[in-house]
Design a protein around this ligand. Structure first.
Ligand code: G6P
Length: 609
């Protein structure tokens, strides 16, 4: 996600800020900018694209004088990557400048209120409302001004703030987005993570939600949300720079697995309105248009295709519209029967996958309406689609996707219920119950993440395997596809996923004593059927791991090992059961000493056919 750096001290700030932004590049970004405060005046430089463009624009910071400033690398969420949308953003008169990481969920309401008062906006960002609010709430006391402003915000934010009326201070505040304050003899810093400050200091305060810090050249004061001064524990960072980039995790993949609760929350919460109904920001489809679709086609590659397989089960069951799901590279060459009565749903983390893009163009050329689920704002797939729903997963660095997959799933659920609600195919009670369960998903997932050490122990036994099979029925089959891919792509253990009922039509001949079979059995109404399939492979000597909901004690009698997962709304079980499978793949690959974040022969974004 976006990176924040701020400095106030004895040296020129601009080169320090640019150096800090360079260290934050790994977080992913599409534009960068800095603001410097000197003699009560703020100067800003920002530009779309690589940091080098900004660097050249301001001569490596040499043309920007001043010893206090803030900087930002932006990863677009609201509004495409552009100079205007880059941070820092200014308030109306220009006396405040801010940088922001996070998402302001109520920004549209706040923006409308500010516009009513004559405020003009220079960008499409949610961030700019905060700059204008600071000016509107300005009491002359910076702490109080910030408190009044953040009280109006809903969502997540880490903010770095400059005020022309407070030339000897920089301020920051956070809520549900990371931010640290770092202390050094030469001055003090704010940063999204410690990588940006490690060349200067290892002494930091970790800000908690609601806390506000005012930094001066030689002192830092931290306040709680009520504005009372508090004493924070000064921590000393012992991580290496490489470990710091990964937030202390050994690999980006593990960090991204662990980030899933927050990513899912960020994807869901802005889309549930106060009236308990679903609000899909990027969609302009009317009820009449939705009614007119005869069929939905889901097109994607890799893990995104596996989300599509879940999507077929969920959308057909909830919205009662026939769904075809297709691998994009197959769809594009099969003379598809797509026309203007088709809704084509494209799923892509990067928004740049060549085959998926070609499938989109093929569908459009046949008159279909295209709605895409994409993680990267401004990507080609996003810009060529009629409607876009963004996953707010943040940049994903590990080649093997985890948090992007999980956020795509949650958008599928929202979309299914949105269509069903628009078409009157779901009653209010069911909708409310489902949405409550959806909101609770991040907490349920966290319970599994807390059991990572047990999964690691189990996975260590798998590292000697040559083959593995994942079986399941219905949604469990869809998850088996992803579980199998996760294991094979990073651990290089040969693995296959099968619809549990199909196994006996050939593949069961491969089962022999000791063969590892993971049976996914979270689809309650088919539990007994899957148990029969477990018996079949057990009878041939397989070692079986069964993944099922808490309370399904019968599983323990059949399988060699059982991993129990929390319950949720039945159609949302894929979000829960995929998590132990991600961890299983990760820890098996780790035990085999594989290059987990960059598996051999694979690329994160496949832009060739
Ligand atoms: C690559 C990645 C996969 C991803 C697939 C589709 O193969 O390694 O993790 O699922 O591309 O990528 P997309 O960006 O379109 O989701």
């Amino acid at each position: 996600m976006c990176g924040i750096i701020g400095f106030i001290g004895g040296e020129q700030a601009a080169p320090i800020l640019l150096g800090g932004l360079k260290k934050l590049e790994y977080r992913g970004y599409d534009s960068a900018g800095i603001a410097i405060l000197e003699n009560g005046q703020i100067d800003i430089a920002k530009s779309k694209g690589r940091l080098e463009i900004l660097y050249d624009k301001i001569d490596g910071g040499r043309s920007f004088h001043g010893t206090a400033g803030i900087g930002h690398t932006r990863w677009a969420t609201h509004g495409e990557p552009s100079d205007a949308n880059s941070h820092p953003h200014r308030s109306r008169s220009g006396k405040f400048a801010i940088v922001h990481n996070g998402i302001i969920e109520n920004y549209a309401t706040l923006k409308a209120q500010l516009q009513d008062k004559g405020c003009e906006f220079a960008s499409e960002t949610d961030t700019e409302v905060i700059a204008h609010l600071l000016e509107q709430n300005d009491t002359g006391d910076l702490l109080e001004t910030i408190r009044r402003t953040v009280a109006q915000l809903e969502g997540s934010y880490a903010l770095g703030i400059l005020s022309e009326e407070h030339p000897d201070e920089i301020a920051c505040v956070r809520c549900a987005s990371p931010l640290i304050v770092a202390l050094s003899d030469g001055g003090n810093f704010i940063a999204s993570d410690v990588t940006a400050v490690l060349p200067y200091t290892r002494h930091i305060y970790q800000l908690d939600d609601g806390e506000i810090a005012l930094l001066r050249r030689d002192d830092v004061t931290v306040y709680n949300a009520e504005g009372r001064r508090i004493e924070k524990e000064l921590k000393t960072i012992t991580w290496s720079v490489a470990a710091a980039e990964k937030g202390g995790y050994e690999h980006f993949m593990l960090k991204e697995i662990m980030e899933q609760p927050q990513a899912i929350s960020a994807t869901i919460s802005p889309r549930i309105g106060n009236d308990g109904r679903i609000v899909l920001d990027g969609i302009s489809l009317t009820k009449e248009e939705l009614k007119a679709f005869h069929r939905i086609f889901i097109l994607a590659c890799g893990s995104a295709y596996h989300v599509g397989v879940v999507g077929k089960y969920v959308i057909e069951e909830v919205a009662r519209i026939p769904v075809e799901v297709d691998i994009a590279s197959e769809f594009r060459y099969r003379m598809p029967l797509v026309d203007e009565r088709s809704l084509v749903l494209i799923i892509s983390q990067s928004g740049e996958t060549a085959d998926t893009l070609a499938a989109l163009r093929e569908a459009k050329s046949r008159g279909a309406r295209v709605l895409s689920i994409v993680n990267v704002v401004g990507s080609t797939i996003a810009s060529e689609s009629d409607d876009v729903l963004y996953t707010w997963a943040g940049p994903e660095i590990s080649v093997a996707t985890t948090k992007a997959y999980s956020t795509q799933l949650t958008l599928i659920y929202l979309l299914a219920f949105y269509i069903a609600d628009a078409l009157g195919r779901v009653d209010t009670l069911t909708l409310r119950h489902a949405l409550n369960e959806l909101i609770a998903l991040p907490d349920q997932i966290q319970k599994i993440l807390d059991q990572a050490p047990q999964i690691e122990q189990f996975a260590q036994r798998l590292c000697y395997l040559d083959h593995a099979y994942f079986i399941g029925r219905n949604l469990d089959y869809a998850v088996a596809l992803e579980a199998s891919l996760k294991l094979k792509e990073i651990s290089y253990i040969h693995s296959e996923a099968y619809a549990a009922g199909e196994l006996k039509h050939g593949t069961i001949s491969l089962i022999e004593p000791g063969t590892f079979v993971a049976a996914l059995a979270c689809c309650e109404r088919l539990f007994d059927k899957t148990v029969s399939n477990i018996r079949e492979v057990k009878a041939r000597g397989a070692q079986v791991l069964c993944v099922t909901q808490q309370g399904n004690e019968a599983a323990a009698q059949q399988a060699d090992h059982v991993f129990y997962v929390p319950r949720t709304y039945p159609l949302f079980m894929p979000s829960i059961e995929v998590v132990p499978m991600q961890l299983l793949g990760y820890y098996a690959a780790k035990a085999r000493g594989c290059d987990i974040d960059k598996p051999r022969n694979l690329a994160k974004s496949v832009t060739v056919e």
